[in-house]
Design a protein around this ligand. Sequence first.
Ligand code: FEO
Length: 164
Amino acid sequence: MINKKIEDAINDQINAELHSAYIYLSMASWFDSMNLKGMSHWMNIQAKEEVEHAMKFADFVMERGGRVLYKAVAAPETEWASPLEAFRGAYEHEKYVTRRINDLMDLAVAEKDYASQVLLHWFISEQVEEEANASEIVGKLEMMADGKHGLLMIDRELGGREDD
Ligand code: FEO
């Protein structure tokens, strides 16, 4: 049986993961409106991953006899100053999610909840990848310094992202 503090904290994290999905869907829509179809595709896949993260937490709560309570998902931003600013936003958001996952691990340790710690190990590794992916794209966009040709090349590359 899951303890109430952990159940509440994971329910909050489910909301945060769905909010992440919303942010990336909004970025996908914005990139599409800019005719950057590859970046839009990348963000749509990212959003799908966030829904999978939410479901992974939800399955865990239910498996342990807890109750998943879905809360309102805050509206995301809808405009960014440039593709670079959007990806910087994604990177900053992933760093925020990492802090949240670390806080959840602190709670699981304090509560001696070993099953949650095992689940959170997976998320800690996942966050290393999530931050690295966003940071790499930010780095590439910074390197091209407003060159349109470079932007199209990166767009094409991101359009090749496959579902995991
Ligand atoms: Fe679910 Fe991108 O962290």
